[in-house]
Every structure is written in structure tokens, then in C-alpha cells.
Design a protein around this ligand. Structure first.
Ligand SMILES: [Zn+2]
Length: 207
């Protein structure tokens, strides 16, 4: 998985962007040659209350640890080294101060709608590459349908053509599920999908 994609995947609590000072803190540390990509591996971020709120990369998680705003709850089996120190790489970190997470933090965008719908056409139920999906207004705009989380779904071109300027009922199509806003709850489902592979994440995600 590309790390650039990961950053877009989850509801991202507003954290101060990495500063030059942050980068300098981490600069002396290098990944072990056995795991050169370890800095990009995913780390689960918990709120002070142990509620999962985000997934970030090891690099960002280690900056939070070095700044003293988070502590490691679970460790990865890797270490990064500087000339004088070795740091254990975290798998799960927890923020030390409670952070308020707004109910809905996602912008309404094509990318986020495709994420919410798992790149799956909401009419035929087939998964497609993003390039082969369009957005469909369930109630057509010509009929007063709005561009909203509840009225936009991922749709393949074939279903989009079949539907035309009609409602699903008129076109004899059925939605796979009712479209909802992309909320923290949705992000948690995505975290569960990702975390499934990491035993250490489980106890925080499957509660
Ligand atoms: Zn379709």
C-alpha cells in the first residue's frame, strides 16, 4: 500500500503538520537494513481514552512519541537506530491528552465517495478501478437531487448509462445500501479492514 494513499484513507484529526524541528528529531534515526520500509508502515493511533481515531505512518507516530504527546501501547518487532540510540518502532500509540474528534471530518469529494463505497458500483455491486467509476446522483439533478453524501454513489459506466436521467426505481435498479455520510464510524470500519492483519490492533478495534 502506498503511504500517500494511506494519508487520504482515514478521518484525520487535526494534528499540527510536521515542522522542521519534528523532522530534525527523527533525522538521526535510520531504518534497519532488514526492513527498509519500516518508516512507512501503518500505526494505529488511539485517543487518550483508548478509542481508535486514526492510522498514521511509523514516521509520524515516532515524531509524536519523541515530542512526548503520545506513548507506545504496542510495539512492532523493529527498531530504528541513531549513532547512540535505538528506538523501538510502535504498532499502536495513544495520545496523552484527549483530542476532540468532530463527528464528520470528511470532505464531500469524488475520492471520498469512492472510498466510502469501496470502489464498488452501488447498483451492480461489482468492484472497479477508480478510473472506471463515475459518481451517480441517485435522484437526478434534473429532478432536484442534491450533490450530497446521501445522494451521490459510486457507479460503473454501464449502470450509469442504463440509469440515465431516471431514479433507480424507474430504471429497475436497486441500491446495494443506503448512502450515508463518511463518518468516523466509516473510518473505523476501514481501520478494522486494515487492522485485521495485525494481531496487536485487534483488541483496540474489535470491542
Ligand atoms: Zn454497475
Amino acid at each position: 500500500m502506498r503511504s500517500s494513499g494511506q494519508d487520504g484513507l482515514y478521518a484525520r484529526p487535526r494534528m499540527a503538520p510536521g515542522t522542521a524541528a519534528d523532522k530534525a528529531r527523527l533525522a538521526p534515526f535510520v531504518s534497519p537494513s532488514s526492513r527498509p520500509g519500516v518508516m512507512q508502515e501503518p500505526v494505529l493511533v488511539l485517543n487518550a481514552t483508548f478509542e481508535p481515531i486514526n492510522v498514521t505512518a511509523v514516521r509520524r507516530a515516532m515524531v509524536l512519541l519523541l515530542k512526548g504527546v503520545a506513548q507506545a501501547e504496542e510495539l512492532n518487532h523493529a527498531e530504528v537506530h541513531s549513532a547512540t540510540k535505538a528506538l523501538k518502532v510502535p504498532s499502536v500509540i495513544r495520545l496523552l491528552a484527549y483530542r476532540h474528534i468532530p463527528k464528520q471530518t470528511r470532505a464531500l469529494s469524488r475520492k471520498n465517495i469512492l472510498l466510502r463505497d469501496h470502489n464498488t458500483c452501488q447498483f451492480c455491486g461489482n468492484a472497479f478501478p477508480a478510473s472506471e467509476l463515475t459518481l451517480d446522483h441517485v435522484v437526478p439533478r434534473s429532478r432536484g437531487g442534491r450533490s450530497s453524501w446521501e445522494n451521490l454513489v459510486a457507479c460503473c459506466y454501464q449502470c450509469n448509462n442504463a440509469k440515465g436521467d431516471r431514479t433507480p426505481e424507474e430504471a429497475g435498479l436497486q441500491l446495494q445500501r443506503r448512502p450515508r455520510p463518511f463518518t468516523l464510524h466509516t473510518s473505523r470500519q476501514l481501520m478494522r479492514l486494515i487492522g485485521h492483519k495485525d494481531e496487536k490492533w485487534r483488541k483496540y478495534l474489535f470491542y
